[in-house]
Design a protein around this ligand. Structure first.
Ligand code: HEC
Ligand code: HEC
Ligand code: HEC
Ligand code: HEC
Ligand code: HEC
Length: 183
């Protein structure tokens, strides 16, 4: 009797073939679906978004701030530099504190955290660029960065690859040996 009962129980367990018939298409769906999703993501990267939507136009055009009021390194060193939160707070302790983007700024300031601005212009590690030399030579920021005062989001405005750099150096009788621009 016990054997029959056991046999009946065993009979209710799904045969391996049926189990596979259900699981395999599921796995295939997962792999294909996941792959498609990954590929879509790789081919359509999400647009770069700054942690705070900083508008150049209001600061440059409306408030008439000089570029070097914020980018203080440009005339004196290799990097132009982006201002620290404290420098924004000179004004934003009182200016438009009700706006959501400014509240993000305030939150960072209270937590003493820097803002991780995404870079728009970035040379490979093998390249040496120095702002100072170009500003001292009399070039305006717009020569390389376009009219930033009209860019709601900063746009890459000039090629600035090797051919572009070398051509301008040649025209202006600046050095063109490899070590000028390469470490
Ligand atoms: C001759 C071209 C040129 C001129 C003129 C120039 N830049 Fe740049 N700028 C660059 C390049 C190239 C980079 C990327 C540098 C790197 O990745 O090392 C850059 C990067 C920057 C950056 C981000 C990195 C950093 O250096 O902090 C800021 C901000 C910037 N420029 C602001 C300015 C401002 C403001 C002026 C004018 C006062 C100016 N630039 C003039 C070519 C130029
Ligand atoms: C000289 C004063 C001053 C400084 C310095 C300053 N701001 Fe502003 N900012 C203002 C004023 C005033 C406005 C409002 C302009 C308007 O809408 O008419 C503003 C607007 C803004 C806005 C837009 C708010 C909105 O949604 O309309 C953001 C974001 C912002 N500032 C961020 C910053 C950051 C980040 C810094 C530092 C890198 C900074 N500001 C430095 C005065 C300043
Ligand atoms: C109130 C401060 C302020 C002023 C004034 C200002 N900037 Fe900026 N700038 C910023 C901040 C903050 C960022 C980083 C966020 C962004 O890219 O929008 C930035 C980013 C940039 C970048 C991109 C840097 C990178 O990541 O490669 C360039 C180029 C630049 N600024 C040029 C200029 C020029 C040219 C002017 C004058 C016409 C100017 N800025 C005026 C605050 C300022
Ligand atoms: C608009 C013209 C122009 C462009 C574009 C330009 N440069 Fe220059 N660059 C000059 C001039 C002119 C000098 C020489 C300044 C001087 O005599 O001190 C110079 C000087 C330099 C120096 C300093 C040399 C030294 O030792 O003092 C470096 C480094 C440099 N450039 C790198 C670059 C790189 C990298 C690029 C491209 C990303 C670039 N430049 C794009 C015009 C340009
Ligand atoms: C005026 C500046 C300048 C001079 C001079 C210059 N380069 Fe470059 N070079 C660049 C810049 C900017 C890049 C990165 C952008 C690109 O790939 O075009 C680059 C990229 C390269 C690369 C691609 C690999 C990399 O580093 O990303 C090689 C290789 C290279 N340069 C070799 C040379 C050699 C060799 C010389 C001398 C004959 C030279 N360069 C002189 C600016 C310069």
């Amino acid at each position: 009797m016990a054997t029959t009962a056991g046999g009946r129980k065993l009979g209710r367990v799904m045969p391996t073939g049926r189990v596979l018939a259900i699981i395999v298409p599921f796995i295939v769906l997962l792999v294909v679906g996941g792959g498609t999703w990954y590929l879509y993501g790789a081919l359509n990267p999400p647009p770069k978004q700054q942690p705070i939507a900083f508008p150049h136009p209001v600061h440059v055009e409306t408030l008439q701030l000089d570029c070097q009021f914020c980018h203080r390194g440009a005339a004196i060193g290799p990097a132009a530099t982006v201002p620290a939160v404290e420098q924004c707070m000179f004004c934003h302790k009182v200016a438009v504190t009700d706006r959501p983007e400014v509240q993000k700024l305030r939150a960072a300031w209270e937590k003493k955290e820097p803002i991780d601005w995404l870079r728009v212009y970035r040379m490979p590690d093998t390249v040496r660029f120095v702002h100072e030399a170009h500003i001292q030579a009399g070039f305006d920021c717009a020569v390389c960065h376009g009219n930033v005062g009209q860019q709601q989001v900063v746009q890459h405005a000039r090629d600035l690859r090797m051919g572009d750099c070398v051509t301008c150096h040649r025209v202006n009788e600046a050095p063109t040996d490899c070590t000028t621009c390469h470490y």
